[in-house]
Structure formats: structure tokens, C-alpha cells
Ligand binder design. Structure first.
Ligand code: HEC
Length: 177
């Protein structure tokens, strides 16, 4: 009995070390707001279940990124500049998609934001009632994130993944077709 006693603290110490090492390896992955950790029916998500892009080695982009390129350029680029680069009037959204929390991003697009005072007159319109924006918000966000992460060059993406049935169904439900 007495001979086994000193071994227990040793084992505990070893466990603590192992747990510490494992924790240290997992921490960066959990905080990463960019890397796709899982995918579901053509959509990609981070470890925190936030939408993200996926670009294959041969340059094939996921459907959401491709769709987001088109939607961004029809609804947002007049103010925010082509390719999410920003303009003298509105911020570079390719940066915002990386630095802003996803839910804050959604909130600003839904409800808008204003900075109107003597020095500034900066108005982000509310798009909450606009189905052409709200039904494609994850697409737009995903595209901007790919741009901000420098994973996607300027210009229309070439090769793309097919549009999944799930994405098609969600889209027609959202548009009320
Ligand atoms: C009429 C011009 C205009 C259009 C169109 C527009 N925005 Fe904006 N947006 C702005 C301005 C101006 C700001 C800065 C508002 C402020 O200073 O609070 C802004 C801010 C934002 C922000 C906050 C960025 C940050 O870093 O704080 C997000 C996110 C955003 N816009 C998303 C979008 C998306 C997505 C679209 C397209 C669906 C869009 N905007 C279309 C003018 C516009």
C-alpha cells in the first residue's frame, strides 16, 4: 500500500501536463473565425458555427462565395466599392467580415446604422425588409470573408461547387416562391 502512494501525485502531474498540452493545441482552432470546420449541404461553417468559405486547391469556390460575389455587386458595391475594397463614403467590408462578429454584421445590415453630425453624414441603410439582401446575407458575408482572408482574388470566381438542393430550397422559402 505505502509503496503505491507516491505514484499517485506523479500520475496526476502527468495528466495535468497532458491536459495542458492538449488545451494549448485546441485553443487557436476554437478562436479561428475563418477556417471551415464542417460543412453541410454545400454550406461551410467555422468551429463556432459561423458561415465561412471553402476554396479548393484548384481554385473551386463553394457556392455561397460565388453567389455572394454576385449579390454583393448588385446590392452593396455602389457604396462599399467593388470587391469589398471600400470607398471614400463607406468602409471596406472585406475587412469588416474578418474583424466584426458575424451577428453584429447581420445586425448592421438588418437595422442599418447612422453617423450623422456636423463632421459626418454616414448612413448605412436598413435592409431588413429587402429579400434580395436578407435571403443572401450569408452568401454576401461568406464572399467578403474570403476576400478579407486573401483567399479569393479580385474578379468573378471561375470554378464553383454546384448549388445544393438544400441551398435552393432555403432560397425559394425565403423569397416566398
Ligand atoms: C447607400 C449606401 C450603402 C449601401 C447600398 C450599403 N451600405 Fe453598408 N454602410 C454604408 C455606410 C455609409 C456605412 C458606415 C456607417 C457608419 O458610419 O456607421 C456602412 C456600414 C456597413 C457595415 C458596418 C461596417 C463596419 O466595419 O463597421 C456593414 C457590415 C455593412 N455596411 C454592410 C453592407 C452590406 C452587406 C450591404 C449590401 C447588402 C451594404 N452595406 C450596402 C453605406 C451603404
Amino acid at each position: 500500500m505505502t509503496r503505491t502512494r507516491p505514484a499517485l501525485p506523479m500520475i496526476l502531474a502527468a495528466w495535468t501536463l497532458m491536459a495542458g498540452a492538449a488545451g494549448a493545441q485546441e485553443a487557436p482552432a476554437a478562436k479561428d473565425n475563418i477556417t471551415a470546420a464542417r460543412h453541410e449541404n454545400g454550406r461551410y461553417y467555422t468551429a463556432d458555427d459561423v458561415p465561412t468559405f471553402n476554396i479548393a486547391k484548384d481554385g473551386t469556390v463553394d457556392w455561397m462565395t460565388y453567389s455572394g460575389f454576385r449579390r454583393y455587386h448588385s446590392e452593396c458595391h455602389v457604396c462599399h466599392g467593388p470587391e469589398g475594397e471600400g470607398s471614400s463614403y463607406a468602409p471596406a467590408l472585406k475587412k469588416s467580415a474578418i474583424t466584426m462578429d458575424y451577428y453584429d454584421f447581420v445586425e448592421v445590415v438588418t437595422n442599418g446604422r447612422k453617423k450623422v453630425n456636423v463632421a459626418e453624414n454616414s448612413v448605412m441603410p436598413a435592409f431588413g425588409q429587402n429579400a434580395n439582401v436578407m435571403c443572401y446575407l450569408d452568401d454576401i458575408y461568406t464572399y467578403l470573408k474570403a476576400r478579407g482572408a486573401d483567399a479569393l482574388p479580385r474578379g468573378r470566381p471561375g470554378k464553383k461547387e454546384p448549388k445544393s438542393d438544400a441551398i435552393r430550397d432555403t432560397e425559394s422559402d425565403c423569397l416566398g416562391h
